[in-house]
Design a protein around this ligand. Structure first.
Ligand code: HEM
Length: 476
């Protein structure tokens, strides 16, 4: 018998596609998340957009995103096949791998991150050491204006480097600076219109200058990592593992006789790179947004510092255990993440099989965009979504309250793997810096001049700006 079982697709509604370009006439590739937000006002909380020949389903508003990613976790739980990432990783690593390989890598990575301190006191101490190095660096400017971008990147990156390699790098180490520059450049380029066009029309085979740069940067990062892996291999001591890379090498050895193993060199390279890149840029960008917002809203900065004066001993930095005594600071940190909205379109998912969802039939392999910005700005959940307002996370008595529409790390099967680490870092870096310094705009710049529009790449980062970090000891 020939059973021709063809599924009947029934995509959600959306703008009418034009030949070849689809809906690119109504999507601004410089700010696609804004165009999708506008489209959701016309077509509702689930709609279809044609990025050239690529048919994508967009989920908007907290309820719809939660229903799909959490209530239908399996059905929306695969990562989309994005051409530039495919070319970069060949399907290796954690963030852009699929199926069984992804499962094995995610499980191994989570348990290894826990072994090396995620959520534990040892890691807290490591982060606090880094906060102290950062404070010394900030002090060296004696309140004069400087750009925090690279130095925050270095400091945050050192935390993940300790977990991956068991070592930190000096802030002026030229190799380290080069690596971070390559990662920064890629994060910017991966959201650029030229790279998006490559993703929409990969079969044209046209690699723009931007896509070529992305791939060159990956091969430079790769070369550096291979050298490092070699050193770790030579010095490997199974009784004294230094970090994730060593743990992977041991597992690789154990599985070397197996005909199929996930613990290949390719997976070592791209898992390390995924953690290095995802663990650096996102968190340091959030801290940078935080300092910019504190310069813009000095009264909020002052309230945090007053709260710390009440609960932290003089001369001490805040510890994780102090968090519950610092509801206002907690509320501000959450509001920074909500307002900064650094991954506005999440990371595209896909359907591992045909999916029936809300009366639509979405075929296997369809790209899904969870529009996280629409949850973080959902009018049904936030009193003043467009305003920076820490009281979104406070009750009438000033207690911190969790809000379910707060999903900057996304939700469901492929939700951010580093959420626990990121939250530790955000609290310790942000509150530690505010414990030691008052942040001001440079002389001659009024707080009203500070620009809160985002520089758009794969993430939303603050526009270039300078800060003055005035040590409290200079004020008294
Ligand atoms: C994935 C946000 C920090 C590692 C993601 C995703 C988002 C996100 C939105 C996509 C999740 C999905 O598809 O549902 C953030 C934000 C951060 C942050 C806002 C900081 C403020 C980190 C850190 C690490 C990390 C510190 C490293 C330890 C990853 C990895 C994935 C991921 C490996 C891919 C997970 C998978 O595909 O299974 N992150 N992240 N992230 N993040 Fe983060």
């Amino acid at each position: 018998f020939s059973s021709s079982k063809k599924s009947v697709c029934n995509f959600p509604p959306g703008p009418r596609p034009l030949p070849l370009i689809g809906n690119l006439n109504v999507v601004d590739l410089k700010k696609p998340f804004q165009s999708l937000t506008e489209l959701s006002k016309i077509y509702g909380n689930i709609f279809t957009v044609h990025f050239g020949p690529r048919k994508v389903v967009v989920l908007a508003g907290y309820e719809t995103i939660k229903d799909a990613l959490s209530n239908h976790a399996e059905e929306f739980g695969e990562r989309a096949e994005i051409p530039i990432f495919r070319k970069m990783t060949q399907g290796n690593g954690i963030a852009f791998s699929h199926g069984e390989l992804w499962k094995t890598m995610r499980r191994f990575t989570l348990s290894t991150l826990r072994d090396f301190g995620m959520g534990k006191r040892t890691l807290e101490i490591r982060i606090l050491e880094e906060v102290n190095s950062l404070i010394k660096y900030f002090e060296s400017y004696h309140g004069k204006p400087f750009d925090t971008k690279m130095i925050l990147n270095n400091a945050v990156s050192n935390v993940i480097c300790s977990i991956l390699f068991g070592e930190r790098f000096e802030y002026d180490d030229p190799v380290f600076l080069t690596l971070l520059k390559l990662i920064n450049q890629n994060t910017k380029l991966l959201g650029s219109p030229m790279v998006q066009l490559y993703n929409f029309y990969p079969s044209l085979g046209f690699l723009s200058g931007a896509s070529k740069t992305v791939l060159q940067n990956i091969s430079e990062l790769n070369a550096f990592l291979q050298k490092l892996f070699q050193e770790h291999q030579e010095e490997l001591n199974e009784d004294d593992l230094t970090g994730f890379v060593d743990a992977f090498l041991v597992k690789q050895k154990q599985e070397s006789k197996k005909p199929h193993t996930a613990f290949s060199n390719g997976n070592l390279t791209f898992s390390t790179l995924d953690l290095f890149a995802a663990g650096t840029e996102t968190t340091s960008t959030t801290v940078r947004w935080g300092l910019l917002l504190m310069m813009k809203y000095p009264e909020i900065q002052r309230k945090i510092q007053e709260e710390m004066n009440h609960v932290i001993e003089p001369g001490e930095l805040p510890r994780l255990e102090d968090r519950k005594k610092m509801p206002y600071t907690e509320a501000v940190i959450h509001e920074i993440q909500r307002f900064a909205n650094i991954v506005p379109m999440g990371v595209s998912r896909s359907t591992p099989s045909d999916v029936n969802f809300r009366g639509y039939v979405i075929p296997k392999g369809t790209e899904i965009i969870p529009l996280l910005t629409s949850a973080l700005n959902d009018e049904l959940h936030w009193k003043t979504p467009a305003q920076f307002n820490p009281s979104h996370f406070l009750d009438a008595n000033g207690n911190f309250i969790r809000r379910e529409a707060f999903i900057p790390f996304s939700i469901g099967r492929r939700a951010c793997l580093g959420e626990g680490l990121a939250k530790m870092e955000l609290f310790l870096f942000f509150s530690g810096l505010l414990r030691k310094f008052v942040f001001h705009p440079p002389p001659g710049v009024d707080k009203s001049d500070l620009d809160l529009t985002a520089d758009v790449g794969f993430t939303l980062t603050p526009m270039p700006h300078l800060v003055c970090a005035v040590p409290f000891c200079l004020l008294c």
